[in-house]
Design a protein around this ligand. Structure first.
Ligand code: AHM
Ligand code: MG
Length: 296
């Protein structure tokens, strides 16, 4: 049996204590969310600011997480995928949060992967992704896992009866990588992007795409390769949201020795113009991202 000892609480002892408390508090939402998912199914008959039909689970998880963040007293404001405007929680909190409460929620119906994505800033939002102080996600899979970085490397934890315990420390994208996972219809990809993917296929990279950013990113982190929801001829900015989705994963990728690009330069450098901005998103092994930037 695997020898599992270090808890997430112990692991967080090495970082700034308020930040450690916040990450620990957020880790505490995972059990409730995975336990409630069986009971929070179906459509909510409302749309979010992106015009997407919300699910009962999306709205419930959003409210639940925001309430927990409020209780922590550590958070000033939240930008959430499910909220049209910045949500103010307190005047005194130290942190500002970006949140995708339930990413990949179209996977709920088929019981495929979903996750929660959280970016942590001290600066007021919207701010460039490179200014995050920490970033994390929770993946509700066969085992619930949590991945975080507080600029101290990327670390993965497994949910057990004892809570989250350390599974992998200082994770790096394996080289040269094995997989690619790309969203959008192939016929809508830009010709240069399609050519790039065909080269990867020729080189032996295998397609694995599950329709949840958290799950698709997580497998690239484990096996190496590239994830993208690229610019489409029909949607030049792609689908993913800069603040609540792409910046958070890009920050984790950089800490894991990888890189991100919108096609031209690092996603983390983009100065956001609005909290709802979308961005073409390509993330993975650094060499693959550099090659993609050259081709595009
Ligand atoms: P969501 O947060 O509303 O679920 O939308 C984001 C999801 C990502 O998880 C995933 O990469 C993408 O949308 C999948 O889109 P598609 O279903 O078009 O493949
Ligand atoms: Mg999402």
């Amino acid at each position: 049996m695997m020898h599992m000892t270090k808890t997430i609480k112990e692991h967080l002892e090495g970082i700034d204590s308020d930040l450690g408390s916040l990450i620990l508090k957020i880790s505490g939402i995972a059990n409730t969310i995975s336990n409630e998912l069986p009971y929070r199914r179906g459509k909510a008959d409302t749309k979010n600011v992106f015009g997407e039909l919300q699910l009962v689970a999306d709205k419930w998880a959003d409210q639940f997480i925001i309430d927990e963040l409020r209780k922590s007293r550590l958070v000033k404001t939240v930008v959430s995928e499910e909220q049209p405007d910045l949500v103010k929680l307190s005047d005194t909190g130290t942190f500002n949060i970006t949140l995708d409460p339930l990413d990949g929620s179209s996977n709920i119906e088929s019981n495929n992967l979903v996750g929660t994505i959280v970016g942590i800033y001290k600066e007021d939002l919207p701010a460039p992704g490179k200014h995050q102080v920490a970033a994390m996600y929770i993946l509700y899979g066969p085992v619930t896992t949590l991945v975080y970085t507080a600029q101290n490397g990327v670390h993965e934890f497994l949910q057990t009866k004892k809570g989250f315990v350390l599974r992998g420390e200082n994770m790096k994208f394996p080289e040269p990588g094995k997989l690619y996972g790309i969203g959008g219809l192939r016929k809508d990809w830009l010709p240069s992007f399609r050519k790039y993917i065909e080269e990867l296929e020729t080189a032996g990279y295998k397609l694995r795409y599950g329709g949840s950013f958290v799950g698709d990113f997580n497998q690239i982190l484990h096996y190496g390769g590239i994830f993208a929801y690229p610019a489409l001829t029909t949607k030049p900015t792609g689908k993913l949201r800069l603040l609540v989705e792409s910046n958070t994963m890009s920050f984790i990728a950089k800490q894991a020795g990888g890189a991100s690009t919108n096609g031209k330069s690092s996603i983390l450098e983009i100065v956001p113009e609005s909290i709802t901005q979308r961005v073409p998103t390509c993330i993975g092994n650094k060499g693959l991202i550099e090659k993609l930037e050259k081709i595009l």
